[in-house]
Design a protein around this ligand. Sequence first.
Ligand SMILES: *Cc1c(COP(=O)(O)O)cnc(C)c1O
Length: 314
Amino acid sequence: MPEPEDVRSASVRLAGLAHRTPVLTSRMFDQRLGAELFFKAETFQRSGAFKFRGAANAIARLSDEQRRRGVVAFSSGNHAQAMALAGRLAGVPVVIVMPADAPAIKRAATAGYGAEIVSYDRYTEDRQEIGARLAAERGLTLIPPFNHPDIIAGQGTAALELLEETGPLDILLAPLGGGGLLCGTALAVALLSPGCTVIGVEPEAGNDGQQSLAAERIVTIPVPQTLADGAQTTALGDLTFAMMRDRVAKIVTVTDAQLLRVMRDLAERMKVVVEPTGCLAAAAVLEGVVDVRGKRAGIILSGGNVDVSLYGRV
Ligand SMILES: *Cc1c(COP(=O)(O)O)cnc(C)c1O
């Protein structure tokens, strides 16, 4: 189980490697909500999302032997791009197991960072099996997207930087998929703002985290239909579930319609391009799902990798 101090160690490892992203504010939003809002813009992180932090931290923690042999991950999204870039920067070979029908733009971005892509048919083949076979045959180390102590500690460095800049906050909200970002955020809060309430925000169609905390066990759901493709996870991990039970106050949900309105709001008012998943925490505040009146609230804008034609339609 990662500890708060692990986030501090991760931030030392990431110095000069990950960007220290800006904290944005808006008087217009503050007036509208009667609150003080601080947006941590991970849209400007390397590879376009906070996931570079966890990936680079996990790779930095490998032994020399593991580095030489390389790593494997399965993902079609931001974890794949983050692993590919972090591996290239560290000189570590990266294999990404990706569905054959993944969007061409994501395949191209991952390949562009120099990773080897192994395709599979997601209707007839099991990516877990393929990953395990590759790991066994080539001695690769599997790096999962959220359920791993080094990934969680790395993701926590975004909130650590935010709190270093703002000082203690009353409330801090982060998007929730598998829980790596949210658990890392909670660890940073324990270090720098112990009285702060930590809230996770999920898409309404994929509220397995909310159901899991209510049921006190990990609830698995079918792949949710939502625009928030970075939060289409079907279940929390054992590690992230246990940490969330201890450190997260509650989970709230927002609809796709709310995400789209906020995506537009953020572009119009703050001039920042945020992908639908990246809008989850902002939507909970700006759409009034969580009451922040009179409070100092932190919001993580987790990423900006959005298909430009979708963005244009919005
Ligand atoms: C992966 C991702 C999330 C969810 O992070 P978890 O650690 O899986 O909870 C949120 N936003 C973006 C942009 C992501 O890529």
